[in-house]
Design a protein. Structure first.
Length: 64
């Protein structure tokens, strides 16, 4: 993972029981320069549970 040099977005929800915020933070620590976004009040299905916030976050990342 440390060899990945492309822009990377790690995106999850703070209520996710599968990819927990702690797991996402550990993953983030292994990606130099990666962006970590954890959406509050959202579980595992981000695009379904919070579609506007999900797409706003992805759009902002892609435009940066």
């Amino acid at each position: 993972l440390e060899a990945i040099s492309l822009p990377t977005l790690i995106l999850g929800g703070d209520q996710d029981r599968f990819a927990t915020p702690a797991h996402l933070q550990r993953l983030h620590a292994r990606f130099p320069g990666a962006q970590l976004e954890i959406l509050e009040g959202v579980g595992h299905t981000l695009a379904i549970e919070a579609p506007e916030r999900f797409f706003e976050t992805v759009d902002a990342f892609l435009r940066a």
